[in-house]
Every structure is written in C-alpha cells, then in structure tokens.
Design a protein around this ligand. Structure first.
Ligand code: ZN
Length: 165
C-alpha cells in the first residue's frame, strides 16, 4: 500500500471524466487499498480516484471515524435522489475552502464492489452528500462549481497564489 499524492485545485486533471472500470484485477485492488490508506492519512470522509490522477470510476467513503473499513464504490450511479438540503462541504483537493452546497439528502445508488459484484444501497444525510460530492469528481466537477461565480473567482485566485509558494 502507498500514500497517493492528492491533486489540488485548479489542476486541470481534476476536470477530466473518469472511465468505467471493466477489469477487476490486482491493479484495481492496489488502487482501492491506496485510496483507503490515503483517505485515512488525510482524515477526510471521501476520496475519488481522479483526485490522485487515476481516471477510473472508483471512490471510497469513511464516515466511521476509522472504526470500520472505508466503503468502496466502483462505477457508482445514482438511481434516485430526493430531499434537497443546504450542506457545508470541503474537499481534500481544495484545501482551506468551506462552502454551502445544495444536495439531495436521500439517495439510492447502484455500484460494484472491488470484485465486480453489483449492489444497491439507500443513503441519507452526510452519507448521501458525501457520495454526490465524490461522484462529482468522477465527472470532472468540483464542489466549488456549485458556489456563486464571485466566490469561485476568489477561491481560484487564492489557489493560484498558494500554488506559487
Ligand atoms: Zn472532493
């Protein structure tokens, strides 16, 4: 297992769309193990493969505070969503920024396990919010895209300045 570097906004690689996984092999196992280790080390609640430069549709979520292994979602799709709410979000790829985003707080998702088994799951609250945030990464979207245009400009200027140092 290895810690993976996390790409930081506005790195253009964060804007690329990830590809569906159709090979469930040892390289996928390694990616998942590395994502889990990197998530733990970063003390985040979710991490998507493209945040580490790997364009496979894989994400890991851990809302257990480390008391359970992270949940793994390969090729996730949202089947239904409801009950929008305003939630405060942050992102390991946009350090130091917190923003309010409207997200569904009830979600039904279908995904595959690391072995390729299809499962469906009902998620609510932070769990639902976290999954939508990570799925945005798979589509090349970031939570700052949901903020006001002015707020986005300020965040971008600050990120550029930080990357110069
Ligand atoms: Zn994120």
């Amino acid at each position: 297992m290895a810690l993976l570097p996390i790409l930081a906004y506005p790195d253009p690689r964060l804007r690329r769309r990830s590809l569906r996984v159709d090979t469930f092999d040892a390289s996928l196992d390694t990616l998942i193990a590395d994502l889990c280790e990197t998530l733990r080390a970063s003390r985040g609640i979710g991490l998507a493969a493209p945040q580490t430069g790997d364009l496979r549709q894989v994400l890991v979520v851990d809302l257990s505070d480390g008391s359970a292994p992270p949940e793994v979602y390969v090729n996730p799709e949202i089947l239904s969503r409801s009950t929008p709410g305003l939630v405060e979000e942050s992102c390991l790829s946009v350090p130091g920024v917190i923003g309010n985003v409207v997200r569904a707080t009830q979600l039904r998702v279908r995904a595959q396990s690391s072995r390729g088994e299809v499962f469906e799951r009902e998620l609510d609250g932070m769990h639902a919010v976290c999954l939508q945030h990570e799925m945005d990464h798979l589509a090349g979207r970031l939570f700052v895209d949901h903020l006001s245009p002015l707020r986005r400009i300020l965040i971008r200027l600050r990120a550029r300045a930080a990357n110069r140092h």
